[in-house]
Write a protein that binds this ligand. Structure first.
Ligand code: SAM
Length: 283
């Protein structure tokens, strides 16, 4: 049966990507799949230096690829890992494989998949692939809110890439991020990257117990966001000036529950955010 959920669209740059027809959401809408995956995710995670430290202790670097989608983010990670002499374990999560199946039928428009076509087909069939003796790739199909609790090592990095909050609020609410934060190993610093710069997402992350920082600019977007269970992993943590924005913004309330709703933050939530240690550093 033909896949009617997605279509191929040309971005402003002429590069092609996928669009989910139902909610009109384009994957990697700014500068295209591989360029965005590299700038937003791969480059910010400093894999070489962090994996080198783990190698000295005989440990593998663990990446969670949340929202496998059409595999652009994970392909960018695999390319980076191939040039690093260390062990990597990738865990890709998705509730549906239809984006990747569609993309594999359209590799003439999605060049980043051409060298990985056979690997992806095998990965989809077996749910696991040893890409090289040093890079192992695991597939977890199902709702991430459940599959994150499988017996899988806690991550050092998360590429967090579900659909945007309006249409995918369960992946963005405080309940989910509190569970994600609890699922991290407090002794294993983990960096989480995402395209958002929304105040309400940053507030939701903060209230879930994560530290939050400003992430790279990308395309026409001046900044994105990073979160971590370790303040030291954030090169540019949000400073107290962010609290002013939280106070005056009309969309700074954290997301709670199954309905997407933005609004003004309550005094209780504001006080909880303002009291967080990241806003009380000496420097
Ligand atoms: C924007 S796409 C991801 C794009 C992908 N990272 C790439 O590089 O092509 C979002 C993906 O998140 C998945 N997703 C959304 N909600 C989910 C959930 N609750 N559990 C697991 N996957 C989910 C969707 O099925 C979709 O494939």
């Amino acid at each position: 049966m033909p896949n009617t959920q997605f279509e191929i669209v040309a971005l402003k740059s002429g590069i092609k990507s996928l669009r989910l027809i139902e909610n009109n959401e384009t994957f990697h809408p700014g500068i295209g799949p591989l360029a965005e995956a590299n700038i937003l995710h791969v480059d910010q995670h400093d894999f070489a230096a962090r994996a080198e430290e783990l190698k000295a202790r005989g440990e593998s670097f663990v990446l969670w690829d949340v929202g496998l989608g059409a595999a652009a983010n994970v392909v960018a990670a695999i390319e980076a890992f191939k040039s690093i002499d260390a062990d990597f374990e990738i865990h890709s999560f998705d509730r549906s494989l239809s984006a990747l199946e569609f993309a594999l039928e359209h590799t003439e428009d999605l060049d980043y998949l051409i060298p990985y076509r056979e690997d992806c087909l095998r990965f989809l069939k077996d749910g696991y692939l040893e890409l090289t003796p040093r890079i192992r790739w695991y597939l977890h199909v199902g709702d991430f809110r459940e599959t994150m609790h499988l017996d899988i090592p806690a991550p050092h990095s998360i590429f967090y890439d579900p659909y945007s909050p309006r249409g995918n609020v369960d992946m963005w609410n405080l309940e989910n991020f509190t569970a994600v934060r609890k699922r991290l190993d407090p002794n294993r610093p983990c960096l989480i990257s995402n395209y958002t710069r929304s105040t309400y997402v940053r507030v939701t992350w903060l209230l879930a117990g994560l530290n939050v920082g400003v992430g790279t600019s990308i395309g026409e977007k001046e900044e994105t966001s990073l979160a971590s269970n370790s303040l030291e992993l954030l090169k540019n943590p949000l400073k107290p000036a962010f609290l002013v924005r939280v106070k005056i913004s009309h969309s700074s309330a954290p997301l709670r529950g199954p309905v997407f709703k933005v609004g003004v933050i309550t005094p209780e939530d504001y006080a909880a955010v303002a009291a967080l240690p990241q806003f009380h550093q000496d420097t």
